[in-house]
Design a protein around this ligand. Structure first.
Ligand code: NAG
Ligand code: NAG
Ligand code: NAG
Ligand code: NAG
Ligand code: NAG
Ligand code: NAG
Ligand code: NAG
Ligand code: NAG
Ligand code: NAG
Ligand code: NAG
Ligand code: NAG
Length: 524
């Protein structure tokens, strides 16, 4: 078994010297309780003078092109204070960026083409939704075709350790070490471009769907719908597919004549784990579009070290009694459609789906397609996916749910409410800093300035969402105090102006970016 070049793995000294050279303040990384913002307090000066370009580039040759891209991005951020830098403003989990592509994986494992050819093909078939047109139902199949190379546990341990800066995987409890290896393996895959997904079998889904989810709203089992479909295009270079496919409506209720969601199991022939449930969503009704991290599960993305452990090693756990709230809607409003839309990368979708389907009502899913890879594209993915679902169901009402720690949410959600006023009925945002002092990430509420209070609510605990007449559009629980300034909020130390916010974010983002660069660097 060829091994990865592990010599360069885990070079905290090199990493830290890059960090130290590129930021005015010492790196928070060696600190066991890193707080990316507070240690910088006395140094916060919105000036590029503190930036030392000559030192920043010291490691350029070692780090390779990817790393220098990160550096030049950071460079432009630091020389452009006052404007909010785009990629660091994303609030997207920084450790979920810049994964290796299949040629990097293949060459780092020294696999020959014939060795790759001998591996079985796997399909990630992400639970789709379908809309109804005058031609009938159209299922949006999306997912990825890949091969999973056989990587030894030792190598997986080394790779997983890159994601876990302060712990060694061997010191974790067995179940956490297993999950960390599982997730790491799902990132180091060989994506299969230009292949045909030729046979997808559809059949009525019995009660809980083949993926075994509990809940699942009041979706019904149709009397027909069994058939085979072929995707019209081969996969993209990165192995992705995402296409609406018309299906035969025999035995299915028309989407203009029912409010009930119908479920079909979908199974990609030849792929042992390529099963999912398709949700046939009628033209009219309510769809809840829900983010996952820090709203449905405890992630603490805003505390990088905890975010890493919570994402890579610890079992996913729900946020407070949020499952009860969703379960109540699922049973009392049985026609509600649940759509889970997270910008977590596609490679880790299975872990998210497993958690959701064992904790929350069944529903369709969107994660970040692989062609949204760099920081700028990643920033736009949420809006892209939101518009796709809004345009697919122009006559449904939408409730958008997330938390304040994602800046792409803070801009995209209110933007959707302005652009699709008849569709977006409600925006609910958990004020993360209200219950979690560890969230020191500032958030921008300016997007809400032109929205009526009845359309949105910043809330603190899941119970704030109880007893609302959701069906009739009630979004705002009047007993929940709102304190929206329509500008940056949550800045530390009473900082108020935008350039201070930009600097805080630039530095935090830099730390994330540099840390992240190691993964790709190690594969070069
Ligand atoms: C629903 O759509 C089908 C197909 O376009 C059409 O034949 C049918 O009349 C429609 N039903 C209603 C109630 O509009
Ligand atoms: C790798 O670890 C898993 C989980 O601990 C174990 O089931 C498996 O047998 C190990 N594989 C090898 C090749 O040791
Ligand atoms: C790891 O993956 C295997 C195979 O997909 C799965 O059976 C197992 O439950 C996973 N373990 C953890 C801890 O995620
Ligand atoms: C995929 O299917 C198309 C149309 O059937 C065919 O022309 C093409 O050769 C197939 N590609 C592969 C890689 O099999
Ligand atoms: C996937 O679906 C097929 C067809 O219904 C079934 O035979 C198979 O057992 C399912 N696989 C899993 C892992 O559920
Ligand atoms: C990714 O691919 C989809 C088509 O599946 C396309 O609509 C989208 O614009 C692409 N995004 C980027 C950033 O290339
Ligand atoms: C169905 O979805 C497609 C793709 O988003 C969209 O172009 C089309 O307008 C939708 N059809 C209806 C009737 O809403
Ligand atoms: C969020 O909670 C914090 C802490 O309680 C509070 O200072 C802030 O004003 C709240 N934000 C909003 C938008 O209500
Ligand atoms: C509003 O929030 C309070 C406190 O969380 C909760 O007890 C109540 O049920 C909520 N709903 C309404 C309509 O007041
Ligand atoms: C459960 O949901 C229904 C429908 O939205 C709502 O009327 C009811 O108040 C909810 N119950 C609780 C405890 O939130
Ligand atoms: C309201 O928000 C402002 C700005 O974020 C903050 O300074 C103030 O402490 C907040 N007030 C309360 C009562 O949370």
């Amino acid at each position: 078994m060829p091994s990865l070049n592990t010599r360069s793995l885990l070079l905290p000294a090199a990493l830290l010297s890059v960090l130290a050279a590129a930021t005015p303040a010492p790196s928070p990384y060696p600190d066991p309780n890193p707080d990316p913002i507070s240690p910088r307090h006395p140094e916060i000066t919105p000036s590029a003078v503190e930036y030392h370009p000559t030192r920043t580039y010291r490691h350029r040759r070692d780090l390779g092109d990817v790393f220098s891209d990160v550096e030049s991005g950071v460079n432009s951020v630091l020389s452009d204070l006052g404007n909010l830098p785009s990629y660091v403003a994303s609030g997207i989990a920084p450790f979920f960026q810049d994964y290796p592509d299949s040629s990097a994986v293949q060459s780092s494992l020294s696999l020959s083409d014939s060795e790759v050819a001998a591996l079985p093909t796997q399909v990630l078939n992400i639970d789709p939704y379908a809309n109804y047109t005058s031609q009938g139902w159209n299922v949006r199949f999306h997912g990825n075709v890949y091969k999973q190379p056989d990587i030894s546990n030792d190598t997986l341990n080394d790779l997983a350790n890159v994601f876990l800066p302060d712990v060694d995987i061997e010191d974790l409890p067995q179940s956490q070490a297993d999950q960390a290896r599982n997730l790491t393996a799902s990132i180091f895959v060989l994506q299969q471009g230009d292949v045909n997904v030729s046979t997808i079998n559809l059949e009525p889904a019995p009660m809980q769907g083949s993926s075994g989810e509990d809940g699942g709203g009041g979706a019904v089992t149709p009397s027909g719908g069994s058939q085979q479909v072929t995707l019209p295009y081969p996969t993209t270079d990165q192995g992705d597919f995402d296409v609406f496919v018309p299906i035969d409506g025999a035995g299915l209720m028309n989407g203009n004549e029912t409010q009930q969601i119908q479920r079909l199991n979908t199974h990609v022939e030849g792929a042992s784990i390529g099963n999912s449930t398709a949700y046939l969503v009628p033209n009219e009704g309510i769809t809840i579009v829900s983010d996952i991290d820090d709203i449905l599960r405890v992630t603490k993305i805003y505390e990088p070290e905890k975010g890493l452990l919570n994402s890579f090693a610890r079992a996913f756990r729900p946020w407070m009694n949020m499952p009860e709230i969703y379960a109540n809607w699922s049973s009392s409003l049985p026609d509600m459609h649940f759509h889970y839309l997270t910008t977590t990368p596609e490679q880790v979708t299975r872990t998210y789906m497993q958690f959701i389907y064992s904790t929350y009502p069944g529903g369709s899913f969107d994660t970040r397609p692989l062609n949204f890879s760099n920081w700028q594209e990643t920033l736009h993915v949420r809006k892209f996916l939101l518009e796709k679902v809004l345009q697919t169901f122009p006559n449904r009402k939408f409730i958008l749910v997330a938390d304040t720690s994602n800046s792409d949410v803070m801009s995209a959600y209110p933007e959707m409410a302005v652009k699709y006023p008849d569709q977006v009925q409600c925006i609910w945002l958990r004020n993360t800093s209200a219950t979690d002092p560890g969230d020191r990430f500032p958030y921008d509420t300016s997007g809400f300035e032109n929205l009526k209070q009845e359309k949105y609510m910043f809330f603190t605990v899941p119970n704030d969402l109880t007893n609302l007449d959701v069906e009739n559009g009630e979004c705002y629980n009047k007993s929940i105090k709102q304190n929206v300034t329509f500008s940056y909020q949550g800045l530390p130390f009473g900082l108020g102006d935008d350039s201070a916010a930009a600097l805080v974010k630039a530095q935090t983002g830099l730390m994330f970016a540099v840390f992240l660069g190691t993964l790709v660097w190690n594969l070069m």
